[in-house]
Design a protein. Structure first.
Length: 364
């Protein structure tokens, strides 16, 4: 009996030791345990954007993440176009008014920034899902992009379809956009392009027309990957809703109006000084110019000109009393008659000649 009692005590001791080890493992979470309920959870688009540094709530003045610094290193330094910034400011003011009429809601549009970057770098940085509207500037025969992020898409759809104010738009991930959503976004992009056309009108007449709508950036390749582009980031706020809208124009698209965009002022005349203009006009009127009386013009071979010497005679191809021409520089002014006044030769103007370039020749 004593041997059996010793075996029972030993078994009880071993059981207690095993129970303590199991408790310690459960408390410390040792490897080999079954995964928790959150281990298989799939990240949604908002969490992915935040992880990659595209979080819309990120502070403007905070430190950049490592990924953001890598993306920023792809920015290119290109010439500054002062007039383009004025055009975009004008477009924002127009959009604030037209989007209020478009949505019948209180809309505020602001510029988040204007940067230069390579086209390939921008395509790789577009936070998806998004809609990309391809636009064509007919007068410049080139293209641009209007990118609407998912937050703005759902906000506009919610507003246009009668959503209540003060409620955030619902973001539905993992499904393609419906026909209704695409149609409403096309209308939104059309309004933006009309405002962009109106913003360029004081500078240069150009019409930005809508070409097509894409959801895959690879199908919106409007430029070579290495080409430099201007990107303007806009924020559209509709009370508790809103999102981002980006406009991208390659420098190749802006090349026809590059000289105009390098100007500093929309006035294009840099101001006027009436006193200076009056003084300049008076000085020009008192400027002395040479007035030539042309009897005849002849084309003479260079060899004959080289052989000319003192005493040689050149026969003119005009008869006595033929009209002569008065010319200032190379510009013929009048036809006149040659005569005499007292002891000097004189001419009397008979008619005005058509202004044009005269033929160079021998002036007698």
């Amino acid at each position: 009996m004593s041997g059996q009692s010793d075996d029972d005590d030993l078994a009880a001791a071993w059981g207690a030791a095993l129970d303590e080890e199991d408790g310690a493992d459960a408390a410390t979470g040792t490897e080999g345990d079954a995964p928790g309920p959150d281990a298989a959870r799939v990240l949604n688009q908002a969490e992915i954007d935040s992880l990659l540094g595209f979080d819309s709530k990120g502070g403007d003045g905070g430190e950049e993440s490592g990924i953001q610094r890598i993306i920023s290193s792809g920015l290119v330094s290109y010439e500054r176009l002062p007039m383009l910034e004025i055009v975009f400011d004008r477009m924002v003011r127009l959009m604030s008014t037209t989007l209020r009429n478009f949505t019948s809601d209180n809309v505020e549009v602001s510029i988040d920034g204007i940067v230069s970057l390579r086209f390939a770098d921008y395509l790789n940085s577009i936070p998806l899902p998004a809609m990309l509207g391809v636009t064509r500037a007919a007068q410049w025969d080139n293209y641009g992009l209007v990118v609407v992020d998912s937050a703005l898409i759902y906000s506009v759809v919610d507003v246009l379809l009668g959503g209540r104010r003060g409620t955030a738009a619902m973001r539905i991930e993992g499904r393609p956009y419906t026909t209704i959503e695409r149609t409403l976004v096309e209308r939104l992009i059309g309004v933006v392009l009309d405002d962009l056309t109106a913003a360029f009108e004081p500078l240069c007449p150009v019409v930005f027309g809508f070409e097509r709508l894409e959801v895959n950036p690879r199908f919106a390749a409007i430029s070579r990957p290495s080409n430099a582009c201007v990107l303007v980031r806009l924020r559209v706020d509709m009370e508790d809703r809103g999102g981002k809208l980006e406009l991208l124009l390659p420098y190749a698209t802006l090349e026809p109006v590059r000289e105009l965009l390098l100007q500093q002022f929309m006035g294009e005349k840099f101001g006027r000084d009436s006193i200076w203009e009056t003084h300049l006009a008076e000085e020009l009127r008192s400027t002395e110019v040479a007035l030539d009386v042309v009897l005849d013009e002849q084309l003479i071979p260079l060899s004959s000109v080289i052989d000319l010497k003192v005493g040689d005679r050149i026969a003119l191809g005009v008869s006595p009393g033929a009209p002569v021409r008065l010319r200032c520089g190379e510009v013929p002014l009048f036809e006149a008659e040659l005569g005499r006044q007292e002891q000097r030769l004189a001419v009397r103007i008979s008619r005005e000649l058509e202004r044009g370039r005269g033929v160079a020749g021998v002036v007698a």
